[in-house]
Design a protein around this ligand. Structure first.
Ligand code: UDP
Ligand code: MG
Length: 313
């Protein structure tokens, strides 16, 4: 029977920890009873340098339910993406599949069963996808959707409306661990792994308690990190802009020369305007060109796995 590890990153979650623990233990008990997971499946809480009683509560839960509740304490706050990674890599050798979920239970724990079913059908990665965003504020909804669209425009492959609620098989986590990059944007990396994947749909709820640990500042940082770690398109845009401006300066040259010969100009204007446009375009072009090399170096230093072999006959 396959053992499940549920990974839960927690930052200042004292209000929700016990509720989350109870709900997730309920899921474990239910799935064990149905014979879908092994009896020694567990929840792994990752304390991401919380300043409140979160870790004390995790210890309490572990004492009460030593089999089901485990904990990892990070030495300081490193942010959701890294806390989740720490949890996945810790759980990797202890289970056959992991499900990552936020502590605030906004994601529907009821669809974990569906994820496990898909795992048994042979899927290695199952994404939890939000059906609607009724409970999110208008601001969060529009900014988040603009973000997914911008990512797509920049050529980053992500799953639309999927945050970090997902099932990963042990070998998928294994392959994920090969990505040694320091700027982690999980939603961009996981689709690079490959294997058979699937989605389950759910309605996102409101936080059971406490408030969001993702203020606008952190959201913007995540968005910029997502784009800059996966795409050198912004640099290519500069190169394109340089080209366009140089072409434009050629048109401007024609216009300026016509003005010059028809005698409607102040002396010096023609050479000045031509230099401004041409040199401006040339500089952008040169920056864009240098940028192409920097982009290549950037991709090289990441040393990402170039492929993932699933089977050899
Ligand atoms: N989180 C974390 N470290 C941080 C910020 C958040 O581990 O620095 C965790 C948090 O405890 C929660 C999850 O990441 O389990 C998602 O955060 P939150 O629910 O506040 O984000 P939102 O749903 O509002 O986007
Ligand atoms: Mg949340």
């Amino acid at each position: 029977m396959d053992r499940l590890g549920i990974v839960v990153p927690c930052y200042n979650e004292e209000e929700v920890l016990k509720i989350a623990s109870e709900a997730l233990r309920g899921v474990l008990a239910d799935l064990t009873a149905k014979g879908k997971i092994a009896g020694d499946s567990f929840i792994l809480f990752v304390n991401d340098g919380s300043k409140d009683r979160t870790w004390a509560l995790i210890e309490e839960e572990h004492e009460k339910y030593p089999e089901q509740v485990r904990g990892v304490k990070l030495a300081g706050n490193v942010g959701h993406q890294y806390a989740l990674t720490a949890g996945l890599l810790t759980a990797r050798d202890m289970c056959d599949m992991t499900v990552s979920i936020d502590a605030d239970l906004q994601d529907d724990v009821a669809v974990i069963e569906e994820m496990i079913d898909k795992f048994h059908e042979g899927k290695d990665i199952v994404y939890g996808v939000r059906r609607e965003r009724k409970t999110d504020t208008f601001f969060k909804r529009t900014t988040a959707q603009a973000f997914y669209k911008l990512m797509a425009l920049m050529g980053v492959k992500t799953v639309y409306n999927h945050a970090d609620f997902r099932l990963m098989s042990r070998r998928a986590v294994e392959q994920f661990s090969q990505y040694g990059e320091s700027n982690l944007f999980l939603r961009g990396i996981i689709p690079l792994i490959g294997y058979e994947t699937d989605c389950v749909h759910y309605d996102r709820k409101e936080r059971v308690a406490g408030e969001s640990k993702y203020p606008l500042k952190k959201m913007l940082a995540l968005a910029f990190n997502g784009i800059s770690s996966f795409s050198v398109k912004p640099i290519t845009l500069i190169l394109g802009l340089g080209l366009i401006i140089i072409l434009f300066s050629l048109l401007a040259a024609v216009y300026a020369l016509i003005s010059y010969f028809s005698g409607h100009v102040v002396p010096g204007w023609t050479s000045l305007i031509l230099s401004i446009w041409f040199l401006g375009g040339l500089q952008l072009l040169a920056i864009g060109l240098v940028g192409q090399y920097i982009g290549k170096i950037y991709i090289e230093v990441k040393q990402r796995p170039r492929y993932n072999i699933e089977k050899v006959l």
